[in-house]
Design a protein around this ligand. Structure first.
Ligand SMILES: C[S@@+](CC[C@H](N)C(=O)[O-])C[C@H]1O[C@@H](n2cnc3c(N)ncnc32)[C@H](O)[C@@H]1O
Length: 261
């Protein structure tokens, strides 16, 4: 297993509370932000964070007072994130962009471009037809780990149409490539570790296809990647709590794209 063995077992709260899981993931993000070099007055862009505060909690622990741009089409989640971040990052400037990555305008160049586990949600959103972000992602406002029947319904609809699935993957890959070409970030960090919640809900295919997109992006930016050994060294400082899923997947450098341009 990857990570540090602290001889502790996984605290129950991690499975029951978004907040506890966000705090755990913030430790990983804090270490990776340090690895790529994130000054206190940097410009940071987070894609598809919804109301989760993993990345902002990591920034708060490093005394961040720069500008933080949140890009997400889900208006209510962004409003909640902004409220939380005004408390967590009182000296930072928080900017919200209620839009998808593809349609985002007025984002700064030369920023750090960051996203935690965005690609599965981008696939679902792209194939959701008439269902909007509030229907698809409203569960994130409820304080425990879950999936909803609509996610499975949308995913099944996509998976049963291979042409549609491959078209969605191509569009999301192109969405990231265009954003990176335009924004010219000085660092890029994206994670897409397989999710045990999706697996347990019969959506392991979504895990696999989302990871395909991450692998394609890792290939495209291979020359800018921080070597996996270095990223693994950083991930290994975080406790795995004897949890196979965390130790094999979340803390596995192969499931992260960490690049410096
Ligand atoms: C489950 S939530 C937040 C998960 C968060 N990334 C994390 O790991 O905690 C997924 C979010 O992705 C957003 N989203 C989906 N497609 C997107 C896109 N193309 N661009 C930006 N955000 C997107 C949704 O609106 C939703 O708020």
């Amino acid at each position: 297993m990857f990570g540090t063995d602290s001889k502790e077992t996984l605290p129950q709260r991690f499975a029951q509370s978004h907040k506890a899981w966000d705090e755990y993931m913030a430790k990983i993000w804090k270490n990776l932000l340090h690895l790529v070099g994130c000054e206190a007055d940097a410009s940071v862009i987070e894609i598809g964070g919804g109301n989760s505060v993993k990345i902002g909690t990591a920034l708060a622990q490093s005394g961040f007072k720069g500008s933080f741009h949140l890009v997400d089409p889900f208006e209510e989640a962004l409003a909640e994130a902004q409220r939380l971040y005004c408390e967590l990052l009182p000296d930072a400037q928080i900017h919200t962009h209620t839009t998808t990555l593809a349609q985002a305008k007025a984002l700064p160049q030369n920023a750090l471009l960051l996203a935690n586990h965005p690609l599965d949600d981008m696939i679902l959103a792209a194939g959701a037809g008439p269902h909007d972000a509030a229907e698809l992602f409203g569960w994130t406002a409820i304080e425990h780990e879950q999936t909803i029947p609509l996610s499975l319904q949308v995913w099944t609809g996509i998976e049963h149409h291979p042409d549609m699935l491959s078209g969605i993957k191509d569009v999301i890959f192109a969405e990231w490539r265009a954003a990176i070409d335009t924004l010219k970030p000085r660092a890029l960090i994206v994670s897409q570790y397989p999710s045990s919640t999706l697996k347990n809900a019969g959506m392991n295919g979504l895990n696999r296809h989302a990871l395909d997109i991450l692998k394609a992006l890792r290939g495209l930016y291979a020359s800018a990647l921080i070597p996996d050994e270095d990223v693994q060294g950083v991930l290994n400082r975080v406790k795995h709590y004897n949890d196979k899923h965390i130790g094999k997947e979340v803390l596995n450098a192969a499931n992260w794209l960490v690049a410096r341009f």
